[in-house]
Design a protein around this ligand. Sequence first.
Ligand SMILES: [Zn+2]
Length: 220
Amino acid sequence: MFVGHFAVAFGAKRAVPAVSLGALFIACQLADLVWPLLVIAGIERVSVQPGLTAVTPLDFIYYPFSHSLLAAAAWAAAFGAAYAGLRRAPARTGAVLALVVVSHWVLDALTHRPDMPLTMSAGSARVGLGLWNSLPGTMAVELLLFAAGLRLYTKTMKPVDRTGRLALWCLVAFLLIIYAANLFGPPPPSGMTAAWSALAMWLLVAWGYWVDRHRAVVGA
Ligand SMILES: [Zn+2]
């Protein structure tokens, strides 16, 4: 899942308007921000098997520290507590951020093959409902989520200048272009290449902060 994760971040802005879109991007994509680092470090493993699912050729062989349910809960608690502590935000804000972190696992479990471990132990049970076996199904779910999340965001935050308008719509276009390239482009030559290109996700976090600095809460 790709744009569906960002949908959660956009939509969550309505619940916690004081939290920057950039921080919400970190929360919704924490697992996929950490994953490439762990793959490059040789701790987690991925390979490319063209045709594995209708949507992605990535075979997630071992990724319990970024993508198990237990790890998701731990990352969520740590991120929510760290944000609330460092920014002196209400506990409710930390709780919403924790939920956004966990949403990544839930949405991935909907789309992945049964490769999502429940715990960090090597023999852990793995789950996954396999929406990725259907290209139209995946696109329908993700694009509907994305449209709904974006609508909540634009209803909550209005641009304060031209950058506020342009930066958002360029970001939306960029996300959709990456999404289309993932869906219809050639498979990456190797799992390591996939991990290196996934590092670009950090750029999207910076972009989220930039968009949010040029927008303000409606009515504030
Ligand atoms: Zn993921």
